[in-house]
Design a protein around this ligand. Structure first.
Ligand code: ZN
Length: 408
């Protein structure tokens, strides 16, 4: 077992562990440890909400979750010799659960608090809890489904420079002013009251908290990319913006479908990441890198059979949109949900399956005017019944059992 560089305590609040955790991006957050290129080490992470969600049968915690607090990240970790313009090579050697926390959750966020990809169709808070059994997950809230996890960090990246941070804040604020009262908001702007700035203290921490970027979107440094294939065995090349690089990570998922469509759509959990770091000096320029690039793992769950749902860029009201992949993927997801409902699932259960199971999303056509074509690949092997179409019509396989937890 590797040396544990960052250890967390699930019985303590994230604020009590600010010596190793932070929930904003800012170049001045002090490095919590220094490692040499070639070093291998373990990093433990709390779940992205910092323990706000319980393993129970009520969605009140999902409805009430304080999204200004997320995501809690472990780090930043310094790498000796790293300088702006280098590429930080991160090998994800292993990802796992913590012995004391063998469960995870999927949330459908309420439209007024977070929302999700299909929030206009599913505006209310719901929750599914998942139990882990080795590599498999199953949920008392979603019967007749089980699948192997592809554990991965939803969020990982290096600290931004002062200039890059300013650019993020400027462009995101400019977007929000175009529709400042929108629900959910167009972007999550800096918010000082709930900022955890790591080991920064006093006036410096207060000032930095006012400009620290929220962790919600993916950006040039990677961040909250939610790429399900970033699992053990993969290698990522991150641009370095500050001396020492400042690598931080968190938001570990047991499994996730492409798009993480319910927003809290993966199976969220606390866990650990085993990491090896190396440097490519001057790699940003050498390889023309703007956003991180990565190499997938040789390990992945084996699903050979899929039902593939198509969606085109015509919205739910029949409006023709121009090559809009967002609309096309939404329609593909809605088509998959309608299909799964024929086997006895509620729409909410089907929505949660698309967020959490290893479904694939593809942009299949993006040039054939006026319709983009997106496809949603549903692995048939995750169901304990035959979900393929046949001449006899669908059999109601999902009988009894619980639905997703609702607000009580
Ligand atoms: Zn997540």
């Amino acid at each position: 077992m590797l040396e544990t560089l960052i250890k967390v305590d699930l019985n303590k609040s994230p604020e009590e562990q600010s010596d190793v955790l932070h929930n904003r991006w800012h170049p001045d957050i002090p490095l919590v440890a220094m490692v040499k290129p070639g070093a291998e080490f373990r990093v433990e992470c709390i779940d992205w909400t910092g323990g706000q969600i319980e393993n129970d049968d009520s969605a009140n915690d999902i409805r009430d979750v304080d999204l200004t607090k997320v995501h809690y990240l472990s780090g930043p970790i310094g790498v000796e010799g790293a300088e702006p313009g280098d590429l930080l090579v991160v090998d994800i050697l292993d990802v796992g659960t913590l012995a004391e926390s063998q469960w995870g959750f999927t949330g459908l966020f309420a439209k007024e608090n977070g929302g999700g990809f299909l929030t206009e169709h599913y505006p209310e808070a719901r929750k599914a809890c998942w139990d882990f059994s080795g590599i498999y997950a199953s949920s008392r809230h979603i019967p007749n489904v089980s699948f192997p996890g592809i554990m991965h960090p939803g969020l990982i990246g290096c600290l931004p420079s002062k200039e890059l941070l300013a650019e993020w804040n400027t462009r995101e604020a400019a977007l929000v002013v175009t529709d400042p009262d929108r629900v959910p908001p167009l972007a999550a702007l800096p918010y000082a009251p709930t900022a955890v700035m790591g080991q920064m203290k006093g006036a410096a921490a207060e000032a930095a908290a006012k400009e620290g970027a929220r962790t919600v979107p993916p950006r040039e440094h990677g961040g909250n990319c939610d790429i399900k294939d970033l699992t053990k065995g993969s290698r990522v090349y991150f641009p370095v913006y500050v001396k020492g690089a400042g690598l931080s990570m968190g938001d570990i998922h047991f499994s996730q479908g492409d798009g993480e469509i319910t927003f809290c759509g993966a199976i969220e959990m606390a866990g650990y990441l085993d990491i090896r770091v190396n440097l490519i000096k001057g790699g940003v320029k050498k390889y023309g890198v703007t956003n991180p690039i990565f190499k997938p793992s040789n390990l992945s769950p084996k699903f050979d059979d899929y039902l593939i749902f198509e969606g085109i860029s015509v919205d739910e009201d029949g409006k023709q949109c121009y090559l809009d992949a967002h609309v096309a993927y939404r329609r593909a997801c809605l088509n998959a949900i309608e299909y799964m409902k024929k086997f006895g699932y509620t729409g909410e259960q089907a929505y949660a399956i698309l967020g959490a199971a290893p479904v694939q999303g593809h942009i299949s056509g993006i040039v054939d005017i006026p319709n983009a074509c997106a496809t949603l690949w549903l692995p048939t092997g995750i169901f304990d019944f035959d979900i393929r179409p046949n001449a006899d019509g669908p059999v109601i396989a999902v009988k009894g059992g619980k639905d997703l937890a609702v607000v009580s």
